[in-house]
Design a binder for this molecule. Structure first.
Ligand code: ZN
Length: 297
């Protein structure tokens, strides 16, 4: 319906775009079509081409591209392997969220990003949380495995990982040593802000267990990447070449993912249009890798 008023180039494949826009509402699709027409018009094109749609989808999902940012060839290589690391690890883990696309096009403060479509779930178990933490550490682990050194580009990943691991131990009662206790304060009155509700000894156990959990996940990510290093390299090279890769590219390199996936896109019939917009905004995870040392001007 939204595509009807547009004059399309021959390379426009609507099935392909449908796969790039899971969970999009009618309004989102209308936005993409309008934006694609504007992009094409700006370039004085007579027809709207595939690339115009891809640019439009990027704009809708991730804000405006910032191609003026200068990145050295070596930096770009590190970013490509970092993002390919996230993609490889999440592909190989049963409970990690399925990937939608990965890009190394700088956008705002972000140097690279991966988009995932989380599975529909009400209750998350230990295996799922551990897989997610492992996939989040996949970027830094890839730098480690391939270059033998790590960069500051993983700050965002480490912050997320630390918070998630902490929540498992301190809030969700998912750690054997700490046991079935939650120090979460749902009253929001932060009674705990002055005094920790646990002893110094427990505080030490929490620190140790959080550290152990993250290190285990990091080593697991490194093992996966070492075992599939040839494929990781293929993926990173393809990213360097094309700057963006989609699920189809991963399937070509790794083969079909051997796990069943139940994404929110498949279950969207259950949700009304307005709620679907919100759930899409809330659920699609953009995993941006930001370099905080760089000023953004
Ligand atoms: Zn990352």
């Amino acid at each position: 319906m939204h595509i009807r008023p547009l004059k399309l180039a021959k390379d426009v494949d609507l099935d392909f775009f449908a796969k790039q826009t899971p969970g999009f509402s009618g309004a989102d699709i209308a936005n993409v079509c309008n934006e694609a027409a504007l992009v094409a018009a700006r370039k004085n094109k007579q027809e709207v081409e595939k690339q115009d749609f891809l640019d439009a989808i990027d704009r809708i999902i991730g804000g405006l591209e910032k191609r003026t940012k200068i990145i050295s060839a070596q930096e770009k290589k590190i970013i490509a392997f970092h993002e390919a690391g996230h993609a490889t690890v999440s592909w190989m883990l049963q409970y990690a969220a399925p990937l939608v696309k990965v890009t190394i096009v700088p956008r705002g403060k972000s140097l690279g990003a991966a988009w995932y479509l989380p599975e529909e779930r009400q209750i998350t178990n230990t295996d799922q949380l551990l897989d997610e933490i492992t996939a989040t550490l996949g970027g830094r682990a890839a730098e480690d495995v391939v270059f033998g050194k790590i960069s500051t580009g993983a700050l965002n990943d480490l912050e997320r990982t630390t918070k998630q691991a902490y929540a498992m131990v301190v809030y969700y009662g998912l750690n054997d040593k700490v046991g079935n206790l939650s120090y979460y304060d749902s009253s929001g009155q932060s009674e705990y802000s002055f005094n920790k509700p646990y002893s110094e000894k427990t505080a030490e156990t929490i620190d140790q267990e959080v550290h152990l959990l993250v290190e285990k996940a990091y080593n697991r990510a490194k093992e996966i990447l070492t075992a599939h290093k040839d494929k990781l390299e293929q993926l990173a090279n393809q990213l360097l070449d094309k700057e963006v890769i989609f699920r189809e590219d991963l399937e070509r390199i790794f083969g079909q993912r051997p796990f069943e996936e139940h994404t929110i896109a498949e279950n969207k019939e259950n949700i009304s249009t307005d709620e679907r917009d919100e759930s899409f905004q809330a659920n699609i995870t953009e995993n941006e890798d930001v370099n905080y040392e760089e000023s953004d001007n």
